[in-house]
Design a protein. Structure first.
Length: 735
C-alpha cells in the first residue's frame, strides 16, 4: 500500500533502506512524498521511531513531513519520529546535554537584532566606531565564521597570517561577543550548530549515544547545508552509515549564507558505496515551462546531469515583456494579473511576483494599490519583530533567564519608571566590573552611583520581574504573559492612547495571547523554555500562509519550495539579474542562474518574465539590456505594446541595435552574450575592481561616473547591498 502511488524512481529510493543513499530530486518531483514514505516504510519494517531522524530547513517543511508520516504510519509510531529543522534538532541536543556540555540549561536564542545589540555593546567597550564596524555586517561575518566552525582564535590566526588588521579587529569583537553571550546565557543561530558539533567532538561518549539512537538519518535540501551542518550529519552517521540525503544541485542558491554546493556534489566521494537515485518526473509544471527552464540551467557546468520531464498537458502560456521602465513593468504585471484572473477564473492567491532585490517591490506595490488588488509581501515586517510584541517577549525572556541583559535594557523603562540614561550607564558599568548581570547588579548598586529616583525605579522593576520568576513554574505560558500584560498595564496604556497606531498594537498583543493558546494546544513541550525556543526558530516562510486571497510578492530566494499557478519574474536585466558583477565570476553567475531556474520552476501553468529598457537606480536612470537568462531561454522577438489581448506571443524583438555593443554579437538571429570585459581606465577604481570599505566590508565596483573629486562609484558588497559612494570620501582600499 505504501508503494502504490510511487513511480519507479521514487519506489527505488523508498526501498533502499540500508547504507548511504543520495536522491537527486528535481523541482516538483515529489521529494516530500519520497521522504515521508521512506520513513513510513522503515517503520513498517520494524525500525523503531526513535531510531529515525529527518532534518530539513524550515519549520513549515518539517511540520508537513511530520503530518504526512503520522497519516501514513499511525499504528507504528509515526508521530514519535524526530522530524525537525537543523536548528531545532541542535536546540534539542543542547537542552538535553546542557549539564554535560557546561551550558546554562535556561539558554536563550538571540535573533539578529539581539545579536546586533550585543555587538554594539562590544564596540562601545572596545572604543570602536559603529560606522567603521557596522553591527549588522559584523554579525554576518561572525555567523559565517561559525558556519565554518571557526572560533575567535581561528579568525585571529588567519587575520594575522594574512596581515589583515581589519579582520584582526573583527576577531577581537568576536571574542568579546562570545564572552558576553556566555555571561547572558544566550546562544545565536550559528552557535546552535557549531556548539553541538564542537561539544559532540569533545564528548565522544555522548556522540556515540546519539549515533546509536539515530540509526537512520535523512537530510532534506542537502544542497543548502553549510560546513557545520555537513559535519554534524557526517558525525551522526559515522557508525551505521544509514544516511539518506535528498536535494537538487540545480537549486543551490544560498552560498551567501554559508551553503556549500560541494556537499551534495561530493557526497559519493564521502560514501563510495552509496546508491544514487534521480527523480526527474515533474508533477508541477507544463512541458514548455520545464523545457525553457532546462534551456537556462543546462548552461551551468557544476551540476549533475539530469533533465526534468512531465506527463502534464502542454497548456498555459509563457510570456515575455519588454517595458519602458519599472513603472510600466508594474502596470503591465497588474494588467496581466487582471486579464488572467478574468479569463481563467483564478484566485489572486494563484499569482506570485518574484524579484531579485527587495527594493523592486515599491513600483509593484504602488501599481497593485492603485488597482485595488490586495497583496502580501513575504519577508516584510514579521509578527514577532513588531515593537510591542518584542517588548512582551523581552519580559518573557527575562523571566526565563534573568541574565539576559539585552531584554533587560529593552524593557527596564517600559512602562516608564524614571530611570535615566546616566543611571543606566552607571549600572551597566558596575555590572561589567563585577561580571554580573544587570538584573543582579540592582541588588548591590546604591545612591552613591545613581540617583535615588532611578534606584527606586530599578528596584520596582526587579521586584516585579522577580515576582513573575517565582510564579513561572506553577503557571502556564499564557498565565505568565497575561500577568505581564496586566501588571505592567501595557495593554491598558495602549487602549487609552489617542495614537492611531495604538489600536493595531493592542490587537497584536491580543493576537500574541491567541498564538500562545495555540502553542499550548499543539506543543508537547508547554514550558516557557519550549515556547521561547519555538519562537526563536521561526523563519520568514514559516510565518507565511497562502490562505487569504492576495497576490504574493517575494524575492526569488524566498520562493524555493513554493508553487503557484501563475508566476511573474520581473527585472530581468543584466546587472540586476544576474545581479551586479556576478557576470565576472563564474561561481556567482552559476548561482544566479540556479536562482532563475528556481523561479521558473515555481510556475505550474503560466510563466511571465519581464525587463525594462530603463530603470532608475540610486536616483539615476540607466539604459538596460535584457538578462542573458532570457537569451539562454531562446527569446529573440519583441512584444511591443502593453496589451489586453488574451493570448500574447511569447516572442519579442529588442529595440536596441546590440550589434554595435562589444559585449554582444549577432549569431543565427539569436543575440548571444559574451563574457563582459572589464573596462580599463586610468584611475585606480576600474569597474570590476575589488575594494574594502571600513563599514561595509569587501565589494566590487560595478559602476562609476564623474571624475576627479566628483568621481562616484557604485559598489556591490558581499551582503548583496549596493552603495553609491563618492570616491574621495569613501576611504576604500583596493584588494
Amino acid at each position: 500500500m505504501l508503494l502504490k502511488n510511487l513511480n519507479p524512481s521514487q519506489k527505488e529510493a523508498v526501498l533502499h533502506t540500508e547504507g548511504p543513499l543520495i536522491i537527486f530530486a528535481g523541482a516538483g518531483t515529489g521529494k516530500t512524498r519520497v521522504i515521508t514514505q521512506r520513513v513510513a516504510y522503515l517503520l513498517s519494517k520494524g525500525i523503531k521511531p526513535y531510531n529515525i531522524l529527518a532534518v530539513t530547513f524550515t519549520n513549515k517543511a518539517a511540520g508537513e513531513m511530520k503530518k504526512r508520516v503520522e497519516e501514513l504510519a499511525p499504528s507504528t509510531g509515526g508521530g514519535d519520529v524526530r522530524i525537525s529543522t537543523f536548528h531545532a534538532f541542535c536546540t534539542y541536543i543542547l537542552s538535553v546535554e546542557a549539564g554535560n556540555f557546561g551550558l546554562s540549561p535556561d539558554f536563550l536564542i538571540y535573533d539578529m537584532g539581539e545579536q546586533a545589540k550585543v555587538i554594539k555593546e562590544c564596540l562601545k567597550e572596545l572604543n570602536l566606531d559603529e560606522k567603521k564596524y557596522k553591527p549588522s555586517w559584523v554579525v554576518n561575518r561572525i555567523s559565517r565564521a561559525k558556519d565554518d566552525l571557526n572560533l575567535p582564535l581561528d579568525v585571529e590566526a588567519k587575520a594575522i597570517a594574512d596581515g589583515d588588521f581589519y579582520q584582526q579587529m573583527i576577531a577581537k569583537i568576536y571574542r568579546l561577543y562570545q564572552e558576553k553571550l556566555e555571561r547572558y546565557g544566550a546562544l545565536d543561530f550559528g552557535d546552535l550548530i557549531m556548539q553541538t558539533v564542537l561539544k559532540l567532538q569533545d564528548h565522544k561518549e555522548i556522540l556515540a549515544k546519539y549515533q546509536d539512537k539515530f540509526k537512520y538519518i535523512m537530510v532534506d535540501e542537502y544542497q543548502d547545508t553549510n560546513h557545520s551542518q555537513y559535519l554534524l550529519t557526517k558525525m551522526l552517521a559515522e557508525k551505521h552509515h544509514n544516511i539518506c540525503v535528498v536535494g537538487d544541485d540545480d537549486q543551490s542558491i544560498y552560498s551567501w549564507r554559508g551553503a556549500d554546493i560541494n556537499n551534495i556534489l561530493e557526497f559519493e566521494k564521502d560514501y563510495p558505496a552509496c546508491k544514487t537515485v534521480k527523480l526527474e518526473e515533474n508533477y508541477r509544471s507544463t512541458p514548455k515551462i520545464l523545457s525553457m527552464a532546462w534551456s537556462v540551467i543546462k548552461n551551468n557546468n557544476e551540476r549533475v546531469d539530469k533533465k526534468l520531464w512531465t506527463k502534464n498537458d502542454n497548456t498555459g502560456e509563457i510570456n515575455v515583456f519588454q517595458n519602458m521602465n519599472e513603472n510600466d513593468e508594474a502596470l503591465r504585471t497588474v494588467d496581466m494579473i487582471l486579464i488572467n484572473k478574468s479569463n481563467h477564473n483564478h484566485n489572486l492567491s494563484d499569482f506570485a511576483i518574484f524579484y531579485r532585490t527587495n527594493a523592486q517591490s515599491r513600483a509593484l506595490e504602488d501599481a497593485l494599490r492603485r488597482s485595488g488588488i490586495p497583496y502580501a509581501i513575504v519577508g516584510s515586517l514579521k509578527f514577532y519583530e513588531r515593537a510591542e510584541i518584542k517588548d512582551i517577549m523581552a519580559y518573557l525572556k527575562l523571566i526565563h533567564n534573568p541574565n539576559d541583559n539585552v531584554s533587560f535594557k529593552r524593557i527596564v523603562n517600559i512602562p516608564k519608571r524614571g530611570i535615566g540614561k546616566t543611571s543606566m550607564d552607571k549600572l551597566e558599568e558596575f555590572a561589567n566590573d563585577k561580571k554580573i548581570s544587570l538584573f543582579e547588579a540592582i541588588k548591590f548598586i546604591d545612591t552613591t552611583l545613581i540617583t535615588k529616583s532611578s534606584l527606586t525605579g530599578l528596584n520596582n522593576f526587579r521586584n516585579l520581574v522577580q515576582k513573575f520568576i517565582n510564579l513561572k513554574s506553577a503557571k502556564t505560558v499564557k498565565d505568565i504573559v497575561e500577568m505581564v500584560i496586566n501588571e505592567t498595564e501595557y495593554l491598558k496604556e495602549l487602549e487609552l492612547s489617542d495614537n492611531p497606531e495604538a489600536k493595531s498594537k493592542a490587537e497584536n498583543i491580543q493576537e500574541l495571547v491567541s498564538a500562545i493558546e495555540d502553542f499550548q494546544r499543539r506543543s508537547p513541550d508547554q514550558t516557557l523554555s519550549g515556547y521561547l525556543s519555538q519562537i526563536a526558530l521561526v523563519s520568514d516562510i514559516d510565518s507565511w500562509e497562502n490562505a487569504s486571497d492576495k497576490v504574493t510578492l517575494m524575492t526569488l530566494h524566498l520562493a524555493k519550495g513554493l508553487e503557484f499557478k501563475n508566476v511573474f519574474i520581473v527585472g530581468l536585466e543584466e546587472g540586476l539579474f544576474p545581479i551586479g558583477e556576478s557576470a565576472y565570476d563564474q561561481t556567482e553567475l552559476q548561482e544566479e542562474r540556479r536562482l532563475m531556474y528556481v523561479g521558473m520552476t515555481r510556475a505550474k501553468e503560466n510563466l511571465y518574465m519581464s525587463w525594462a529598457s530603463e530603470r532608475t537606480v540610486f536616483g539615476k536612470t540607466k539604459w538596460n539590456v535584457p538578462s542573458r537568462f532570457l537569451l539562454e531561454a531562446g527569446f529573440t522577438e519583441q512584444l511591443s505594446t502593453r496589451s489586453a489581448q488574451n493570448n500574447i506571443s511569447s516572442n519579442f524583438n529588442y529595440k536596441k541595435d546590440f550589434s554595435q555593443e562589444p559585449q554582444y554579437r549577432q549569431k543565427n538571429s539569436f543575440i548571444e552574450l559574451d563574457e563582459p570585459p572589464k573596462i580599463a581606465d586610468n584611475t585606480p577604481y576600474s569597474i570590476g575592481t575589488m575594494v574594502m570599505h571600513p563599514t561595509f566590508g569587501n565589494g566590487k565596483i560595478i559602476e562609476k561616473s564623474g571624475s576627479g573629486d566628483d568621481l562616484k562609484l557604485v559598489v556591490l558588497f558581499g551582503n548583496g547591498q549596493w552603495k553609491k559612494l563618492i570616491a574621495k570620501f569613501a576611504n576604500l582600499t583596493i584588494i
